[in-house]
Ligand binder design. Structure first.
Ligand code: ATR
Length: 280
């Protein structure tokens, strides 16, 4: 890669961003298509999003991904917001166009593409675990795909609110809905850390149930489901597909998905196999 005075700059704004995998596959895409651009991480303090966006725009940065903890705040700082981002209430993609800051959400498409690789969601009963920030894009995608959603959250009130906004049924415990669903989706942060207590007894999962986690490594939920013979996917492809859609918005080009995927999977030492992701 040769950086010149003409090289366009893109990046990801968040805190922390040190572990972000997005530079890997976004830079692979630019390189493959011969686009003179780089994608870099910008670690921004919690109080500094507004000044950071102004500064990046003033510096000629072309576009950004927005990640934790800024997705909701970014919505309030944009000049124009896509319908999807507005309905979801969160932004993960920004494009600077002249003086304007345009905001989008591609998380929901990322989720939908990932989920549809393993399951047709239309008319399916789905148990959504979690009602936090990340759950909104997933809920939006599930409803758009025509799923019936039961929502469980540790704090029941948040599940009720999500159900009210998007249409769905809040349940008081996961087991209550488990028997009624063929798809289970985890959007809580449980599984990120080692040795966390499970959200429910995962051995209750049946082989006919499909399990999806938006955490991008295998969690105990995913591993147990796979052991039980269920289709189970972690969120790595959601990360990839949301990034690919951001790339499309910034460049207007078809994202070179295979190239992006190869860069990501190679870095993580993962070999792609039909329904599961296995370590080499
Ligand atoms: P994010 O934006 O990443 O979704 P968040 O808004 O803090 O972050 O949401 C985290 C989600 O994980 C919430 O659904 C949270 O449940 P609460 O609303 O009750 O806080 C859920 N979560 C986090 N730790 C949990 C735990 N130990 N058990 C169950 N749910 C948990």
């Amino acid at each position: 890669m040769t950086i010149t005075g003409r090289t366009a700059v893109y990046g990801v704004v968040g805190y922390p961003v040190g572990h972000s995998l997005s530079p890997l596959f976004q830079n692979a895409a630019f390189e493959y298509l011969g686009i003179d651009a780089v994608y870099v991480p910008f670690e921004v303090k919690h109080t500094d999003l507004s000044s950071a966006l102004e500064g990046l725009k003033a510096s000629g940065v072309k576009g950004l991904n927005i990640t934790v903890p800024f997705k909701e705040e970014a919505l309030t700082l944009a000049d124009e917001v896509s319908n999807e981002a507005y309905e979801i209430g969160a932004v993960n993609t920004i494009k600077f166009e002249g003086e304007k800051t345009l905001a989008y959400n591609t998380d929901w498409i990322g989720f939908l593409k990932m989920a549809q690789e393993v399951e047709d969601l239309k008319g399916k009963n789905v148990l959504l675990l979690g009602a936090g920030g990340a759950s909104r894009a997933v809920m939006y995608a599930l409803k758009r795909a025509g799923a019936n959603v039961f929502i469980w959250n540790r704090t029941l009130e948040r599940a009720r609110r999500l159900a009210e906004v998007f249409g769905g049924e809040a349940v008081e415990n996961p087991e209550e809905a488990l028997k009624k669903v063929t798809v289970i989706v985890n959007t809580t942060s449980v599984g990120l850390q080692e040795d966390e207590p499970p959200l429910f007894d995962y051995s209750l999962i049946e082989p006919y149930q499909t399990v999806i986690d938006i955490i991008y490594k295998d969690t105990p939920l995913i591993s147990t489901a796979r052991e039980k013979g269920s289709k189970a996917v972690n969120g790595l492809n959601m990360l990839l597909y949301q990034g690919a859609e951001s790339f499309r918005i910034w460049t207007g080009c078809e994202p070179p998905l295979k190239v992006m995927k190869r860069a990501l999977y190679l870095h993580l030492g993962i070999k792609d196999s039909p329904r599961t992701l296995q370590r080499i």
